[in-house]
Design a binder for this molecule. Structure first.
Ligand code: ATP
Length: 348
């Protein structure tokens, strides 16, 4: 089955298509209260632009992290990427094939689901409490008919458990018999069972103790290196993002405001919002820059500000920022930024 049916723009240097390409992706939610029809008639429907026209790509074997405050649309991007939600506009391409078109074809959808797996924040909620670990980790093998006879599948489950730092004998136990970190290892083993190329990780360690977080993150890195996996890593924690990512997209009210290679983002953040986020992390070195105090709150997503949606919180905003939406443009050294002040040279 050919998932590369529809080829798109290729990487100019290598001639290869990025494993993941997201183009002008949008997702709107209608949150109008159905019992307030008269109000809706008067005021119009209440629409949240959870994801408002974003573009990014992920190369094979690399990690793109998406960061931003709660409600900026990170989880919605994750769900769009694995096909749990359909886009309102734009598209997701996996190795050049349109995700929505692929999902519409049963055989191709099954193959695609093998390639893409998602790991959620709460490992307890995502593991069936009545199944043994062997059943949980072995389920993708049965669904995707991988590994042949039951004995062979059991051997695969045992190997997967060992790869994530558990013991083969743990297969007989139930999720409640494990700690949070161990449960997340079970989720990872299950996600790996179908031999995916892409893992979408939605805050995979934020429910864990700090000491356990580092162990799980190190495991994720080791698995990435051994298996050449690509990760979309969703997090609000910049210290974690610094540990795991190759590049970082900073989201604000449904848009990416800065996209940069990780070292550039931490050494020379360009967007005022990125700077504000970094300034709020006490342990990060600031490379000589004075810290600015975080100001204001995220606006109501039902009534986002016009122009640049960050302008009410931005110390550099002018009349243009209040009226014209900035687009993501190259700002040197691999960074792209959506900010009039940077693009006009008012902010270096
Ligand atoms: N199913 C839904 N129905 C209505 N609104 C939704 C739905 N899912 C998300 N939203 C809204 O879309 C916006 C983005 O939410 P999303 O969960 O993607 O953000 P997030 O950055 O992941 O936040 P968090 O870190 O709190 O999970 C929010 O305003 C949220 O209320």
């Amino acid at each position: 089955m050919n998932l590369q049916a529809k080829s798109t723009a290729t990487d100019a240097t290598t001639g290869s298509v990025p494993l993941v390409q997201v183009e002008q992706l949008e997702r709107r939610f209608d949150v109008s209260a159905p019992w307030l029809e008269r109000l809706i008639e008067r005021r119009g429907r209440e629409i949240v632009h959870a994801v408002d026209g974003i573009d990014f790509s992920i190369e094979r074997g690399t990690t793109l992290a998406l960061v931003g405050e709660s409600g900026c649309g990170k989880s919605t991007v994750a769900r769009l990427l694995v096909g749990l939600l359909a886009p309102s506009a734009g598209r997701v391409l996996i190795a050049g094939a349109d995700l929505q078109a692929t999902l519409a074809d049963r055989d191709r959808a099954r193959l695609l689901r093998r390639r893409l797996q998602m790991i959620f924040q709460d490992p307890y909620a995502s593991l069936n409490p009545r199944w043994t670990v062997r059943q949980i980790v072995g389920e993708p093998l049965r669904v995707h008919r991988i590994g042949g006879a039951p004995a062979e599948q059991d051997a695969r489950v045992a190997a997967l458990l060992e790869q994530v730092g558990l013991r083969a004998a743990d297969g007989d136990k139930y999720p409640h018999q494990f700690s949070g970190g161990q449960r997340q290892r079970i989720s990872i083993a299950r996600a790996l069972a179908s031999e995916p190329e892409i893992l979408v990780l939605d805050e995979p360690t934020s429910a864990l103790d700090v000491s356990v977080q580092a162990q799980v993150l190190n495991l994720m890195r080791e698995l990435q290196r051994k298996r050449g996996l690509s990760y979309l890593f969703i997090s609000h924690n910049l210290a974690v993002v610094r540990h795991v990512s190759d590049s970082v997209g900073v989201m604000y009210l449904g848009r990416i405001v800065e996209l940069a290679p990780k070292p550039r983002l931490f050494a020379a953040p360009r967007h005022p919002y990125t700077r504000m986020l970094l300034d709020a992390v006490p342990d990060l070195e600031m490379s000589g820059r004075a810290r600015a105090v975080a100001q204001g709150e995220v606006p109501n997503p039902l009534q986002p500000p016009g122009g640049c949606s960050f302008h009410p919180r931005c110390p550099h905003a002018n009349a243009r920022c209040r009226s014209e939406r900035p687009v993501l443009l190259a700002a040197g050294e691999g960074t792209r930024v959506a900010c009039h002040a940077v693009q006009e040279g008012r902010l270096s």
